[in-house]
Every structure is written in C-alpha cells, then in structure tokens.
Design a protein around this ligand. Structure first.
Ligand code: ADP
Length: 627
C-alpha cells in the first residue's frame, strides 16, 4: 500500500486525518511512464487522478498564436514530485484539461475517479476538503496559465491583437466610410463649382459617373462593416486588413480615373492620394502600407506617362493652366518626384505612429490583466483576514463565557468546601483544595489577560481616551500596591510632582500599566528592598519610571521582555503568564507613547527600571486645560 505520509504532503489532501488518508491509500495504484509518453490528451476527460512520485511531468496545451497559423503544442507547466494532475476527474466536466506528458521516466500514484467519488460522498468532511483543495488548485493553475500567456504576448512581437485593438480597427474602417461620403459630395460640388462658377472647362459627366460608382461601392462596404462587428474576435483582424486593402485599391483606381478626367498632372487635388495612404497605413501592417503607396505612385505615374507620351488623350483644364503644361518634362518630373516622396513619407510616419500605438494598446491590456489578477489575490487575502477576525471574535466569546462560567462554578464549590460547609477537611485535603483554588485563579488571570489583549486590539483604549489627571492615576496605583509591598517589608516611594500636566488618555488602562509595573517590581524584589514610582515632565513628554532594587534583568532577556508569553530566565521561579508587559506595551503605544526597560540603571544601580512616555500637549482637535 502507498504510505500515507506521501499522501499527506499532497495539497489536496491537506487536513485529512490518518483514517481518511488510509482509506485513500487503499485505493491507490502505481504506474510508470517512460520519457515522452503521453499520459492523457488535452480536453480528454481524465479517468484517473495522478500524483507524481518521481520524475517530471509537463502539462501542455495547443495554442494558436496567429489566426491563420496551425495550433502549436506548448508546455504550460512542469510538475515536480508531490504535485497532482488529472484534476478534471474531480471537477465539472467543462473544466479545461491540459495534456500531460512524461518529460523523464516518471513514477505515478494513481487513483481511480470511480473509487474516490463514493468515498467522498460517504465521508462529507473528506469530500468537502478534497473538493475545495481541488478548486483552489484548478484556480491557481488557470491563473498561472493566463499569466504565462499574457507575459508571452506582452513581450513577443506576435501580432495577435487584443479585443480593444480589434474594435479600434473596425472604428477606423467606419471613419474611412464616412470620409468617402464626404469625398463623393466634395467631388460633385468642386466639379460643379469649377465648371459653373470658375469657368474651368472639363467633361463633367464621366466625373459624376465615377462619383456615383464610389457612392455605390461605399454602400456595399458600409453593409459589410456592420457584419464585421459580430465576427469571431480571432478572425476580425485579418478580415479587416483584407477588407481595407480591397477598399484602398478601389479608392486608388477611382481617384486615378477622376484625376484623368480632371486634368491629370495639372490637377492640384492629386495630393488627395495622401489621404488613402494615411488611412490604410493606420490599419495595415508596414509591408502592405508601403505596397499601397507604391501602387498609388505607379498608377499616377502611369497616368501622367501615358498622357505625356500621348498614348491616351489628355483632358485639359481649360482656363486654369497652360494647355501644354502636361508635356513640359521638368514640370512633370518635379510633380512626380514631389508626389512620390509625399506618399512614402506619409506611409512611413503613419505606420510608425500606428505601430507604436498598437504596442501601447497591447501593453495596457496585459497590464490590466495583471492588475485584475492581483486585485483578485488581494480580495482573497482580505476574505481570509475577515474570516480570521470572525474566528477571533468567536474565540473571545467562547473564552469569556464557556471557559469562565465553569471555572467560576468550580471555584465556588472549592470555597464551599474550604469554608467547612460540607464537613471537616483533613490538612491534606485542605492543602490540595487550596492549591486547586490558586491554580484556578491563575487560569482566570490568563483568560482575563487574553481578553485584555483582544480589547486593546479592538481599539478599546483609544475609545476610552479623554483628558485625565495623571497625578491622580499614579497616586491611586501607589495606594493599591501599598499592602502588597508591606507584605514583603518593601519600601514604596512615590515622586509625583503636584503640577504634573493633564494628559489625554484612558485612566483605566494607564492604571493597568502602572499597577502592572509596580507589582512586577514587588514580585522581583526581595524582602526589604524598595520600589520607586517617579513621574516628570520633559520638553515633549511626560515620563513615568518604575524602579526597583530587585534581581534585575539579564542582558539576554532585555530585548524580549515585551513579547507575548515571554518570561525571563531571572524570573523563572516567580509565577506569571508572560503577557503582562506585552499588554502594557500595547496600551502605551495606543497612547502614542514608548516603553523600555533598563537593568542595571542610573549608573550601576542594580535592579530594574521600566520607563514609559506619554505625549504632552494637545492631540489635534482636542484642548487640554491646565489646572
Ligand atoms: P508576567 O505577566 O508573567 O508577570 P510580564 O510580561 O509582566 O510577565 O514580565 C515578563 C518577564 O519580564 C518576567 O518573567 C520577568 O522575567 C521580567 N520582569 C518583568 N518585570 C521585572 C522586574 N521588575 N524585575 C526583573 N524582571 C522583571
């Protein structure tokens, strides 16, 4: 049988007890796969869950990086021993299954889904744990896959556009269609104006016919663009590009025809070819943009050449330029040179800017994806915090009720017995009952301190803060401790100036701080020693010090005194929870103060000195009135 220690390390079985693990182990078998063997195919419903015991397994997925290219098999993750795969066996059937392939010779622990399912149904606790473990693992794996793909697309030059880019491309085609309507109207208006108002003579009819043809094909393009919007995202970009190419060629032919009927090289509107090149360069890749510019140059040069060599008739703009201008070689060459360079420079500038924009767009999408993932992780962490906080509240409620109530009952029975109300007690019985009572008091103390800590964390200290007389607080602490000190014949000295300024704080909690420090002083000072409480005002603070002539603190203990449950080596014989100073520190810090310990102190005085500070003056918005 498979040792359960092996199963315990598998994340999905985390939290299962030995009995449950043994049940699972009894269902496990073993398989060995040679290097390169395909364990299951992508998308195939896995029949078994596998745990990698030795070797390496690659999870693979077919990815199409470019819409017209073949699907390529890519490794998404390499698993190492202890990891689980074949998860779709345990999830809904529509969860993505990657292919699994042995990279090296691999030893696998195999579990039949058919065996595991009844076990999970039968033992609900186990079923729940495994199911939630699997869900977490699947989610993590999907997230990794997505991150990997996003990273890959972000860095490489693969022209696989993201959705915002696709919609931009479609929008740009729409600009082209609108622009064409304006062009049709422009051609008609300019033709009529030139003829009727400026008296420039050229045949109007062919120009108007060409304008009509443009209008007709624009209607067809417009219809087609609407269809593009509902296309599959992956095929949009290549379709848009083909479509822009067809439109641009049609436009160039139509423009060349219009230019032919409106004076050829004489027509100043030849520069309008530039618009076609610019519009196409925004959408098309570099190569196609330059090809289009070349086509425009070729068409225009052919037109001008054919007219120059009088192979086709030249239409003269009567009344606009000299009739033989189209035959003047220097003029024709200069126009062609200016025309060609304008078109190529436009293509260069536009493709460069559009390429840059496309890159930024892709980066933005990749960044957005990453941020979304991080936000999800933060959300998860936050949920976990909320859960822990609830658990703490529950624990506190339980501590204060479920723990203290039975303890109080036990304590009262002990008092009844110790009071002799249920009969005489032997000395031995009395001794044992007294010890029980003491231990129960210690337990009460521990529970109360836990509750204290929780209250402080919940902001209780700050809630209770008001303007108080520190002098009164300190004096009352001294009175409280006086009997304790007298029991050990210790001298208790107080040096508290009568003009000590008032402070903004919680009287109850500050009392707790000082009492704690004083009683520690009493506890750790032998009989006949002395304990001093001293308060004084400095420039920015009020400083309170508790000093004793006791056993002192060894240097190793000093840095840890304020940690929870820390009990110093020197104080090992004295009883305590080790929580007192950590509570004290939190209270002082809630008051924006500092606390520290020194031992020895004041140039060689043996014993311990604890000092804490409280800020002087007025916290924002609160006024402290002096006496
Ligand atoms: P407890 O609640 O058990 O008294 P504290 O947190 O108050 O624990 O103190 C922690 C440790 O600090 C003690 O175990 C002791 O070693 C040391 N300590 C505290 N006060 C003094 C002191 N006045 N003199 C010597 N050691 C002290």
């Amino acid at each position: 049988m498979i040792p359960i220690q092996l199963l315990r390390k598998v994340s999905v079985f985390e939290g299962l007890n030995d009995r449950q693990l043994e049940k699972i182990a009894s269902l496990c078998g073993e398989e060995i796969h040679v290097a390169g063997a395909l364990i299951f195919k992508e998308g195939a419903p896995a029949q078994k869950v596998y745990i990698l015991r030795e070797g390496k397994i690659a999870l693979e997925m077919g990815i199409r990086l470019w819409p017209e290219q073949k699907i390529r098999q890519m490794t998404i993750e390499i698993l190492s021993p202890g990891e689980l795969f074949g998860l779709s066996t345990l999830t809904e059937s529509d969860v993505l299954t990657m292919a699994a392939r042995a990279v090296d010779r691999s030893k696998l622990i195999v579990l039949n889904a058919g065996d595991l399912h009844p076990l999970m149904d039968e033992d609900h606790d186990m079923g729940y744990r495994i199911a939630s473990g699997v869900a977490n693992l699947v989610a993590a794996r999907l997230r990794d896959t997505r991150l990997k793909l996003t990273g890959f697309l972000g860095e490489s030059q693969v022209a696989l556009e993201q959705t915002p880019e696709e919609s931009t491309a479609i929008r740009r085609i729409q600009y082209g269609i609108n622009f064409r309507w304006v062009a049709v109207i422009g051609v008609v208006v300019i033709t009529l104006l030139a003829n009727l108002v400026f008296g420039i003579r050229f045949p109007i009819l062919p120009v108007l016919v060409i304008a009509l043809i443009i209008a007709l094909y624009n209607v067809a393009f417009w219809r087609y663009t609407e269809r593009l919007e509902s296309e599959e995202p992956a095929t949009v970009i290549p379709k848009v590009r083909r479509y822009v190419w067809v439109q641009s060629v049609a436009d160039l032919l139509a423009t060349t025809a219009i230019i032919h009927f409106t004076g050829g090289v004489e027509n100043p509107f030849i520069l309008y070819y530039v618009f076609h090149v610019i519009l196409a360069s925004i959408i098309l890749p570099y190569r196609l943009a330059y090809l289009l510019a070349t086509l425009a140059v070729a068409l225009f040069t052919s037109l001008v050449g054919l007219e120059y060599f009088q192979i086709i008739p030249h239409v003269h703009l009567e009344g606009f330029v000299r009739p033989d201008l189209y035959l003047q070689t220097s003029f024709v060459l200069a126009v062609l040179f200016g025309f060609g360079t304008t078109l190529y420079i436009s293509a260069y500038l536009t493709t460069a800017i559009a390429g840059e924009l496309r890159k930024r767009q892709r980066e933005t999408v990749a960044l957005r994806d990453r941020l979304l993932l991080e936000a999800k992780e933060l959300e998860k962490a936050n949920e976990e915090l909320v859960r822990l906080d609830r658990l703490k509240t529950y624990f506190l409620a339980m501590a204060s009720h479920d723990l203290k109530t039975p303890l109080a009952a036990v304590q009262s029975y002990l008092h009844v017995m110790l009071g002799g109300f249920v009969g005489e007690l032997s000395d031995q019985h009395r001794h044992m009952l007294e010890r029980s009572s003491t231990r129960i008091n210690e337990l009460f103390d521990l529970i109360n301190r836990f509750l204290d800590l929780a209250q402080i964390e919940k902001g209780k200290v700050v809630e209770e803060m008001e303007i108080i007389s520190l002098q009164e607080v300190l004096n009352s602490c001294v009175e409280d401790i006086r009997i304790l000190a007298a029991e050990k014949s210790q001298e208790l000295k107080a040096d508290i100036p009568s003009d000590l300024p008032k402070v903004y704080g919680s009287a109850n909690h500050l009392k707790q701080v000082v009492t704690n420090l004083l009683s520690n002083g009493v506890k750790f000072t032998p009989e006949g020693g002395s304990i001093t409480l001293r308060a004084r005002e400095t420039d920015h603070h009020i400083e309170v010090a508790v000093m004793d002539t006791g056993i002192g603190i060894v240097p190793d203990d000093l840095p840890h005194l304020f940690e929870q449950f820390y009990r110093g080596k020197g104080g090992a014989t004295a009883k305590g929870t080790g929580l007192g100073l950590s509570i004290v520190k939190r209270i002082v810090e809630a008051h924006q103060g500092k606390i520290w310990a020194e031992s020895p102190y004041d140039d060689g005085q043996s014993g311990a000195k604890f000092v804490f500070t409280l800020p002087k003056g007025q916290p924002a918005g609160i006024k402290i009135f002096g006496d």
